[in-house]
Design a protein around this ligand. Structure first.
Ligand SMILES: NC(=O)C[C@H](N)C(=O)O
Length: 161
């Protein structure tokens, strides 16, 4: 059983100009999974729908609460890429003793060339194999919460050393 927590960001088809959200086509994570015909049990909980630049520690606390509330030991979090590393660090420090993988997309989930389905598939596969801890699954790689940052020039996540 996997619990999927959704929090907004480009992966959910939300588009932004500056700080303003332009509500484009709302893409649901459920639609991606249904079209892939996945065959594992999951529940999707929408925690909030935000540009990740607007996510504050109060919001992260709410995510942590949802993680503690669920019986599932494997948690996927869909999240905007801008502050994904901050949420990963926040959760990593809590020692929640569950396998937690954060994933998002660089290209709008509603675009034909979106990286969302690839990233989701990679993250879900990794989630099932990784030991308890907090990870980011992006760019076809797995990053541990305490050794990751987003390179804004290359639009890639990378290890700090
Ligand atoms: N690629 C993204 O997800 C960026 C997005 N604007 C965010 O919420 O961080």
């Amino acid at each position: 059983m996997i619990t999927i927590l959704t929090t907004g960001g480009t992966i959910e088809g939300l588009d932004y100009v500056g700080d303003k959200t332009i509500n484009k086509t709302n893409v649901s994570i459920a639609d991606f999974l249904e079209s892939a015909n996945v065959d594992f049990e999951y529940t999707i909980v929408s925690v909030f729908k935000k540009d990740s630049r607007a996510i504050k520690d109060d919001d992260r606390e709410e995510i942590a609460r949802k993680i503690e509330e669920t019986n599932a030991s494997k948690i996927l979090i869909t999240h905007g890429t801008f502050t994904m590393e901050d949420t990963a660090k926040y959760l990593g420090k809590l020692n929640l003793n569950k396998t937690i993988v954060l994933v998002g997309s660089f290209i709008l989930g509603s675009s034909a060339d979106t990286d969302a389905p690839f990233n989701l598939g990679y993250a879900i596969s990794s989630l099932q194999l990784l030991k308890p801890d907090v990870y980011i699954a992006m760019n076809g790689q797995i990053f541990l919460w305490n050794n990751v940052s987003k390179n804004l020039e290359t639009n890639k996540f990378e290890r700090n050393e």
